[in-house]
Each structure stands twice: as structure tokens, then as C-alpha cells.
Design a protein around this ligand. Structure first.
Ligand SMILES: [Cu+2]
Length: 436
């Protein structure tokens, strides 16, 4: 009798297919870490928000709870598949059962208890995040971020730590033309028409679109003193702090360890503001003002001097971008003014060419040039990712930003000295007086 090779069992096939699928999914992205490497690359990225720790704990707890249950259920499934498989010569019939009340009570009550416990645990963590205790801390600093297809506009508060009024747009039914930054009204297109309401709607819309694009893309209320950090215009840097050209794609700077309120608004469609390293995420809805609160953890890396080797590790292994914080005190850095009109900056250079300038991102290519130029240390700050997690249009994936955590000493350095009022050592009234 010829013995046939046994056919592969369905279970063996399924197991093989599963392993293959996991390998294929992981192979291109994680070639170095194949198969499922358990390391920080595979697990959650590092958290630097105070509210993020209980969030991560609950994530890990639910992950292991569901993993254990999943493995248990699958094991029973496989065991039953094997135990009750078809065998030749087996003739007994299956037994019909109407169930087991005790068993059914157990598998209903146990998940109920688990889920109720998760509800209360999650609610506590959620409340700490969404209704944060720092939401009415008077010393919190405020930032307004306005999403737009496809960029983030970042607006800092004035000296009174107030954001001012934004996203207020004129309507074609308005009886008067909107006000320009200099206080004059916008009527140069139609000098004899008192307002858009007196034009056919299509013309009114066109005129207002032109006005907005040229003068006020973010709908600033120029009559609100808090919207203009320096209404008198005595300090050009301060006066232009929140001008449209500067707000676009600007880095979000937050002070280390201080409570932060991030306000969110949208110019057009729904975006989604997500800071992965700070466990902070909220949809940005047109017509609504979202509010997020966070405080960095004490171990959140602030600005410091990095050696070139440390930088290489941070960039290549930890996958962070690093912002160069070069200033007058940085060894080997020189001051450079391209020409009379352009502002100057500090930089590392070789043979007159700029290798790295202040507030630019340090890349691996730059590191090699710095080494060749004899630079040993560069002051820098990790630039954390800000992404839009909403499919907000064709450029959604390019809608990225950066967040930098600075301490008070670096806050005083240019160009951040105006970004926030100083921490609460001085009473708020004194700060406002000094600036007025
Ligand atoms: Cu978006």
C-alpha cells in the first residue's frame, strides 16, 4: 500500500498565511527590525505631556487585556477545531444543548464588570485631558492655531496674554466695507459704494475675496487692541508678531513645565490638530473654537548643547528633528547680515558659506559639514511633529508643523522674547502696564 503524503490541514495553512501576512506588512517599513521587534520604534512614541502618562497606562492595560482574551479565545477555537475534527469511522451524533445558564451568566457578567471598570477609568483620564485642571490656571500661556488648506497658522498672545479676535470675516450683506489694519475702510475698488450690500452679490463676493487675500486672510479684528501686540507700532518686531506672513507654518513654541492652552480654529474645512508626542489631538472645526490643555513633563528634553554624535543619534535613531538655537554666545558661530536691508542672523559657516543658521533644522548632511568645519557642539531643541489627522484635502499629508519646548532662559532669546508674558513672578497687571 502506497502511503499518501498527508494534505496540509486548514489550520496549518491559516497559520502560515497569517505569519506571511504579518511578515509582508512589516518587511518594507521595518526591514531592520524584522520580525515584530519590541522596541520604541514599534511601540508608542515617547510621551512628554503630563496628562499623557495615565493615557498610556490605560492604553497598555487595554492592549494586554484584549491580547490575553484574544489569545485565550483563539486557543479554545483551535483546540475545538482539532478535538472535534472529522475522523473516519466516527459515527456518534452531535448532542443538542439548550445552553448552560451558569456559563452564560459568567460570560455576560465578567465582560460587563470589565467594561464598567474601563468606563470609569477612561472617564477619569479623559476628564483630566479634555477638562484639564489647568484650564482655569491664570498663569497658563495661550496660543491660537488656525488650520487652513494646507498649513497651520500660529498666533501668539499680546502682552496681556490675550489672543485677540480672529476668524471674523465680512459678509456680502454688510452695509459697510471692512476696516483695514491702518483704520481706513476698504473702498478703493468701489469708491462710490458704501458697502458690499450695495453691489450685486457676485461682485460683492469677489471684492471681499480680494480684500481678504490682500489684507486679512485670518480675519483679524484690527480694532481689538489685544489682536495687535503693539498697536502703537513702537517696536517693529513686536508689531509684526502675528502678521499673516509670519504666522504661516511658524513653529509652535511652548514654555517647559508651564500650563499651556492651545486654541484651535479653521479657515476652511475640518482639520485635526495632533501632537503625537504630547498625546494631544482635537478636530479643528470651522465656526468653533477648540481648546486643548497641556503641560510638559519634567523630563521633557528642553534646549541644550548637543555634541555632533548626540545629534546624530537623536536624528537617526530617535527620529526627531532638531532646531538649531544659535546665538551670540555660541562658540564658533558668527553674525551674518546678507545685505543692509535683510535682517541678520547667527550661523556656522565655512569659507563664507552658511552651513547652519539659527532656527533652521539640523539634518544629517549638515552634521558632516559641521564636523568638517570643526564645530563640536550645537545648541538645539527637539522639534516635535504636528500633523493634521483629518483627510482635509489633497495636500492633507503635507500639512505638518513643528513644536518646540523652550525654558524661560531661551524664551528671552530672540526671536521668542515676545511670544509669551513672563512666568508669574510679576503680577499680570505690572506686565500690562509696562507694555502700555
Ligand atoms: Cu488639514
Amino acid at each position: 500500500m502506497i502511503r499518501k503524503r498527508p494534505k496540509p490541514r486548514p489550520f496549518t495553512l491559516a497559520l502560515f498565511a497569517g505569519v506571511l501576512a504579518v511578515a509582508l506588512i512589516n518587511a518594507p517599513a521595518r526591514a531592520a527590525a524584522f520580525p515584530l521587534a519590541i522596541g520604541h520604534d514599534w511601540w508608542l512614541n515617547t510621551n512628554y505631556a503630563a496628562h499623557g502618562r495615565p493615557m498610556d497606562t490605560i492604553f497598555v492595560a487595554i492592549f494586554w487585556l484584549t491580547t490575553v482574551i484574544f489569545i485565550g479565545v483563539q486557543a479554545v477555537l483551535v483546540w475545538f477545531l482539532i478535538k472535534y475534527r472529522h475522523r473516519k469511522g466516527r459515527t456518534e451524533k452531535g448532542v443538542y444543548t439548550h445552553g448552560n445558564a451558569r456559563l452564560e451568566m459568567a460570560w455576560t457578567l465578567i465582560p460587563t464588570v470589565i467594561l464598567i471598570a474601563l468606563v470609569f477609568w477612561t472617564k477619569r483620564v479623559w476628564d483630566d485631558y479634555r477638562y484639564s485642571p489647568i484650564s482655569d490656571d491664570p498663569s497658563r500661556v495661550k496660543i491660537l492655531v488656525i488650520g487652513e488648506q494646507f498649513k497651520w497658522n500660529v498666533i501668539y498672545p499680546g502682552p496681556r496674554n490675550k489672543i485677540g479676535r480672529y476668524l471674523l470675516y465680512p459678509k456680502p450683506t454688510d452695509l459697510k466695507w471692512p476696516t483695514l489694519p491702518d483704520g481706513k475702510s476698504f473702498d478703493y475698488e468701489f469708491p462710490n459704494v458704501p458697502g458690499p450690500a450695495f453691489l450685486p452679490e457676485e461682485h460683492a463676493r469677489q471684492a471681499l475675496d480680494k480684500f481678504l487675500a490682500a489684507n486679512n486672510p485670518l480675519g483679524r479684528d484690527f480694532t481689538d487692541p489685544d489682536t495687535n501686540p503693539d498697536p502703537a507700532g513702537t517696536d517693529p518686531e513686536l508689531a509684526s508678531l502675528n502678521s499673516y506672513g509670519k504666522t504661516v507654518g511658524r513653529i509652535i513654541v511652548i514654555p517647559k513645565g508651564r500650563p499651556v492652552e492651545i486654541q484651535l480654529g479653521s479657515r476652511d474645512v475640518i482639520h485635526d490638530f495632533f501632537l503625537p508626542n504630547f498625546r494631544t489631538k482635537l478636530d479643528v472645526v470651522p465656526g468653533m473654537r477648540g481648546r486643548l490643555f497641556l503641560r510638559t513633563t519634567d523630563d521633557c528634553p528642553g534646549p541644550r548643547e548637543y555634541t555632533l554624535e548626540e545629534l546624530r543619534k537623536v536624528i537617526q535613531v530617535d527620529h526627531f528633528d532638531v532646531l538649531a538655537l544659535i546665538n551670540k554666545d555660541t562658540p564658533k558661530a558668527d553674525y551674518y547680515r546678507p545685505n543692509r536691508r535683510k535682517p541678520g542672523y547667527y550661523r556656522f559657516s565655512k569659507n563664507g558659506d552658511t552651513i547652519l543658521r539659527e532656527n533652521s533644522m539640523i539634518t544629517l548632511a549638515v552634521l558632516n559639514e559641521l564636523k568638517a568645519a570643526g564645530v563640536e557642539k550645537v545648541p538645539g531643541a527637539i522639534a516635535y511633529d504636528l500633523v493634521c489627522e483629518e483627510l482635509c484635502g489633497i495636500g492633507h499629508a503635507t500639512m505638518q508643523g513643528k513644536l518646540v519646548v523652550l525654558d524661560e532662559a531661551w524664551m528671552k532669546e530672540m526671536p521668542y522674547k515676545y511670544y509669551f508674558p513672563p512666568a508669574a513672578t510679576e503680577p499680570a497687571g505690572k506686565v500690562a502696564m509696562a507694555q502700555n
